[in-house]
Design a protein around this ligand. Structure first.
Ligand code: G6P
Length: 582
């Protein structure tokens, strides 16, 4: 959560930092701030709301001329989103921005208060600033290192000192942070996307590393020792992070799905053996959060059909459970960002227990990609809309490919060839999605039912709807609804039934009838025509590919419903794309 950017160089830092913040806005967007520094003074400007609000405020402020600064976009964890709690925070000579959580902030705050330090905000970040201020006796690097030995939790900090107008400092502990390397200029940022229009060169940082950044040089330290870090080059283009003429990133990202699926088909259809062999494991654990977890539920059904024992679990539970590992267990971590705090913790638990780990991630340089035994990249390119669409779909697709490795299945290969085109046609049926959105937009509660993978898809469709349209929605295994939840069904309540699995189709239909007889209005999504008035028929394909031709329709329905309700589609309230706190 939260996005950090820092700049030192010849350009106007305000331009660089604001542009960067706009690219980081997906990480949090309830307040933002900027600090600029020159030889004489430091100027801090903060604002509640979006980056555009901060930009407006800056336009109406007399800005100092400077060549370095730090900036932040916030997703509140400690304290309300107001100006006082917005970053940067300044204590004494220390001004800083922070991403992550200081877990012992309360305790440290009390100790520092006893030493006479007065706090203005409710944030854990101000405690980090106060601690560095407390240790600062003219040597910033030393003060940061001392503070880092005391601070507990996950964090990345970008720091400025009143005494220095040519040096910017940073430290990374768990939370993502990289250095951007330009011509006579340097950057720090939580995500390379924030600086791609300035430079493609970057340096990855390890845990507990302190960075000293000047205009024309940078140094990375692990404790006392300076370490060499290679300069890498990103292949991501600026174009990838623009909207391509769509009104929202979410629509652009859904429209990319056929091309991305096609790329994966071209890459793997004749090279399935280049994927890790999951069938050599007796047990598989699949772990993720949010949509990644729901993708994992589909993977569970795929792998179980191959005779493998599979458990799928939410990372925030897995990390604290007494997990029993078989002697031959593979732990699959699914994460778009590769930086989700709970998924990282689950991965580390598996690694510490000497289990093989497999990352299914989008970001190659991410922590999960780097620390797992094996990696399969979903190659979704940058995903900016907070609600995941294309990344989820590619996660499911990779799970499908993994389950099919080593099998000769003509039907699967045949269906693969049709898939991108069929998906394109499905996405183009916007008239249908808009009609459903018209019916949904005034509903208070919506339900989705299905069995097996139809249930897993229901969960994702329901999540998509509630996260971007704010309509309360729940997904249920079709057979379970009558054990309580059916009491919520009223005259006109919309119930989606996902019915693509012929083996249990009749059972789901019976459950749908049960809710219809209690007043529900059914929306049937299936492969076979039905007698329901509102029905959406998707092409029948190999069962391991079927979700690819169902979930995008649910994504579209959520999109148009949110649009109809005037919601902020790309940045729904209270959410963040990359949840880097526990
Ligand atoms: C957040 C996002 C979800 C995503 C989840 C896991 O909650 O809003 O869309 O599914 O995090 O993120 P990851 O990057 O680990 O896939």
């Amino acid at each position: 959560m939260c996005g950090i950017i820092g700049y030192i160089g010849d350009k106007n830092p305000v331009d660089v930092l604001i542009k960067g913040l706009k690219n980081l806005e997906y990480r949090g967007y309830d307040s933002a701030g900027i600090a600029l520094k020159n030889e004489e003074e430091i100027q801090i400007i903060k604002s509640v709301g979006k980056i555009s609000d901060l930009e407006e405020k800056i336009k109406n402020t007399n800005i100092i001329s400077s060549h370095m600064g730090i900036a932040h976009t916030r997703w509140a964890t400690h304290g309300k989103p107001n100006e006082i709690n917005a970053h940067p925070h300044k204590v004494g000579k220390i001004t800083l921005v922070h991403n992550g959580i200081i877990e012992n902030a309360e305790e440290l705050k009390r100790e520092l208060q006893e030493k006479g330090i007065v706090f203005q905000s409710d944030t854990d970040t101000e405690v980090a600033a106060a601690l560095i201020h407390f240790y600062y006796q003219g040597n910033m690097k030393e003060a940061i290192e001392k503070a880092s030995k005391v601070l507990k939790g996950s964090y990345a900090l970008g720091i400025i000192c009143d005494d220095e107008s040519d040096t910017l400092y940073a430290i990374r502990k768990e939370s993502p942070l990289i250095i951007g390397v330009g011509e006579n200029e340097h950057f720090i940022t939580s995500d390379i996307g924030a600086i791609l229009n300035e430079t493609k060169k970057y340096v990855l940082l390890g845990k507990d590393e302190v960075v000293v950044l000047k205009k024309d040089e940078f140094h990375v330290y692990q404790g006392e020792n300076e370490i060499h870090r290679e300069i890498l080059e990103s292949s991501a283009s600026e174009e990838e992070i623009s909207k391509h003429g769509y009104e929202h990133y979410m629509m652009k990202e859904m429209m990319e799905e056929p091309v991305l699926i096609n790329q994966m088909i071209e890459k793997y259809q004749n090279h399935m053996e280049s994927l890790p062999d999951i069938k050599k494991y007796k047990t598989i654990h699949i772990v993720g959060c949010g949509s990644a977890y729901y993708a994992g539920m589909i993977g569970k059904n795929f792998f179980e059909e191959e005779g493998i024992k599979v458990e799928v679990e939410i990372a925030s539970e897995y990390r604290y459970r007494n997990v029993i590992y078989d002697e031959n267990t593979l732990v699959i971590l699914i994460s778009q960002s590769g930086e989700t705090a709970d998924t990282i913790a689950a991965m580390r638990k598996a690694n510490e227990n000497h289990q093989d780990t497999l990352a299914i991630v989008n970001v190659e340089s991410s922590t999960i990609a780097r620390e797992c035994t094996y990696q399969v990249l979903i190659e979704a390119n940058k995903e900016i809309a907070v609600a995941t669409t294309k990344a989820y779909l590619l996660q499911v697709f990779v799970l499908s490919l993994l389950s099919m490795r080593g099998k000769q299945d003509e039907k699967y290969l045949e269906d693969l060839h049709q898939l991108p085109q069929q998906l394109k046609v499905l996405l183009d049926k916007t008239g249908y999605y808009k009609r459903i959105a018209d019916q949904l937009c005034n509903q208070e509660h919506v339900f989705f039912i299905g069995r097996k993978n139809d249930y897993a898809m229901s969960l994702e469709g329901s999540l998509k709807l509630k996260e971007i349209s704010y309509i309360h929605s729940e997904a249920y295994p079709a057979g379970e609804l009558k054990h309580g939840t059916i009491s919520l069904i009223e005259e006109g309540t919309i119930v989606f039934a996902i019915v693509t699995d012929d083996t249990i189709q009749d059972k789901t239909i019976s459950n749908l009838e049960e809710v219809i007889s209690r007043g529900a209005k059914p929306i049937y999504i299936g492969c076979n025509a039905s007698s329901y008035e509102e029905q959406f028929i998707v092409p029948k394909v190999h069962s391991r590919l079927q979700p690819i031709l169902v979930v995008p329709a649910l994504q579209m329905i959520a999109y148009f419903t949110a649009q109809k309700r005037g919601c902020n589609i790309d940045q729904p309230k209270n959410l963040a794309k990359s949840v880097t706190v526990e």
